[in-house]
Design a protein around this ligand. Structure first.
Ligand code: ADP
Ligand code: 5GP
Length: 199
């Protein structure tokens, strides 16, 4: 019997290295895929529509929320972000685990709807290192960086809502931890009980 895929919700401050770590784990596993979000944020240099995000204007974003096309949505540093519902439903039906890289409000909405979602918080080793990474990434204005640092401190206060904490000091090690969590979650007794009964 093929099992339905689970949702793997990843949060953490912008610049923590979520995309870096997630893309390593996705490249190494054939049982996970990444949900590309929609956002009203402008693309950064190097970002491709449909790869990092689907970039939309506010009217289209509102239309998507009105039509219930988004599984969750939230505002972050003056932009709107949301998870397209159809992709998540299709992939979980196929048995794939779907990774969502979303902030805390969205993570809470997902957890309310899907109680078996796995919730992971990723942080950099320190706030100084977070600033370094945001500055080195060179993608945001100084003002946007300051806004992200303030938001990071707020999100840390809610981090005990998550099931797992990954400290991204070394990206390969952090990706290995993410992969280990996904593997461990697949081995949960409740999910495999049927195998025992049929053995
Ligand atoms: P996020 O998706 O959380 O916003 P990114 O994956 O874009 O973060 O990473 C932010 C910046 O930090 C990028 O320039 C990335 O190359 C760098 N980075 C990611 N992980 C590490 C790490 N473990 N050590 C040093 N730099 C890292
Ligand atoms: P960035 O602008 O740095 O790419 O992302 C800013 C924040 O938005 C990050 O915390 C990221 O996890 C979050 N985010 C990205 N996509 C979504 C989404 O679809 N929904 C929600 N709620 N947050 C998202």
């Amino acid at each position: 019997m093929s099992e339905k895929g689970r949702l793997i919700v990843i949060s953490g401050p912008s610049g923590a290295g979520k995309s870096t770590v997630v893309s390593k784990a996705v490249a190494e596993r054939n049982d996970v895929c990444f949900s590309v979000s929609v956002t009203t944020r402008k693309p950064r240099v190097g970002e491709v529509d449909g790869r990092e995000y689907f970039f939309v204007d506010l009217d289209r974003f509102k239309e998507m929320t009105d039509n219930n096309e988004l599984l969750e949505h939230a505002e972050y540093c003056a932009n709107s972000y949301g998870t397209p519902r159809a992709y998540v439903e299709e992939k979980t039906e196929e048995g794939l685990n779907v990774i969502l890289d979303i902030e805390v409000q969205g993570a809470r909405q997902v957890a309310d709807k899907m109680s078996d979602a796995v919730k992971i918080f990723i942080i950099p080793p320190s706030m100084d290192e977070l600033r370094n990474r945001l500055e080195k990434r060179g993608a945001d204005t100084q003002r946007a960086i300051e806004a992200r640092l303030i938001r990071a401190a707020q999100e840390y206060e809610e981090a005990d809502f998550y099931d797992y904490l990954i400290v991204n000091d070394d990206a390969d090690r952090a990706a290995a931890e993410l992969s280990a969590i996904i593997t461990a979650e697949k081995c949960r007794f409740a999910l495999r009980k049927e195998r025992l009964e049929n053995a």
